[in-house]
Design a protein around this ligand. Structure first.
Ligand code: UTP
Length: 289
């Protein structure tokens, strides 16, 4: 029986330079797709998957993230006084159970691996999930829940993966695959951002992980990798002979909201997925066809 995954880490301390100027004063994770900030989609996906405790690894200028999951008394009072029930419900729905959400600061954005390492005391000695909120996953059930179902069978480390065109391997962590049944691929190695001609495959890691605590031993070494950053991929790669590693192609679509076109595409796809917005969205799209 694999130990249950109860905790989720949301690294949200990055600078979001690819989304500037939008992210000058607003965290990237607070950018809105249709009517919800990216972070809310991620948190809802985690809760759906059975996650009980959440930690945000934040940085300077990210306080709106904390406020989003807290009470907004003036706003709630006003909505209540005006009888705006649906709006009040939408605002209150975002509240997380007291004591179930924590915040830790990554004082300098030294890389994703470093951000995850900042959550080590919160995670302790148990498996945990990592969700990168700028990767938006449209799926039913959500991507993390699908991964949990696989985790129950195979255990170890599991990451969400996607096939990418070979010319794009230098943007992703890439799996060195031993076996692949088209859904689940077992890896014997990982390479962060390999050049297309040396990439061991085109199977790339996207922003959902289920990890065993062994990864912290490697992250604690603070070794710099691609781009001079402390890379999560490198730390996972170093545990691969001790901890089984699988890449899982989830059922659904992933939108990279960390780049501008991906973010626009997500807005269109999420509007089309909504019963209340689909017709209006289709009418708008026809004008641009
Ligand atoms: P990205 O590399 O996409 O985010 O990291 P970024 O650095 O904010 O964006 P760009 O490339 O400059 O546009 C993926 C996730 O990891 C977090 C980010 O906040 C994002 O949610 N992250 C990244 C950290 O928390 N700390 C870091 O040092 C780096």
């Amino acid at each position: 029986m694999n130990k249950r995954v109860r905790k989720a880490v949301f690294p949200v301390a990055g600078l979001g330079t690819r989304s500037l100027p939008a992210t000058k004063a607003i965290p990237k994770e607070m950018l809105t797709v249709v009517d919800k900030p990216l972070i809310q989609y991620g948190v809802e996906e985690a809760l759906e998957a059975g996650i009980e405790d959440i930690i945000f690894v934040t940085g300077r200028g990210k306080s709106s993230l904390e406020d989003h999951f807290d009470h907004a008394y003036e706003l709630e009072d006003t909505l209540e006084a005006k009888g705006k029930k649906a709006e009040l419900e939408a605002v209150r729905q975002v509240l997380l159970e007291p004591g179930r959400v924590s915040y830790v600061r990554q004082q300098r954005p030294l890389g994703l691996g470093h951000a995850v390492w900042c959550a080590r005391a919160f995670v302790g000695d148990e498996p945990f999930a990592v969700l990168l909120p700028d990767d938006l996953m449209l799926g039913q059930p959500g991507a993390l829940k699908q991964m949990m179902q696989v985790y129950d069978k195979v255990g170890g480390n599991i990451v969400a993966v996607e096939d990418v065109p070979r010319e794009l391997t230098n943007r992703y962590g890439i799996l060195d695959v031993v076996s692949d049944d088209g859904k689940l691929a077992r890896a014997k190695g990982l390479v962060e951002k390999p050049a297309p001609d040396v990439a061991p495959s085109t199977l790339s890691i996207i922003g959902r992980y289920i990890l065993q605590p062994e990864v912290f031993t490697e992250l604690a070494k603070h070794e710099r990798g691609a781009g001079g950053e402390i890379q999560l991929t490198d730390a996972m790669a170093k545990t691969i002979d001790r901890v089984a590693f699988h890449g899982f192609r989830f059922d659904g679509r992933r939108f990279d909201c960390g780049n501008k076109l991906g973010f626009i595409e997500a807005n269109i796809a999420y509007a089309l997925a909504r019963d209340d917005l689909r017709d209006g969205m289709n009418r708008i799209l026809k004008q641009f066809a």
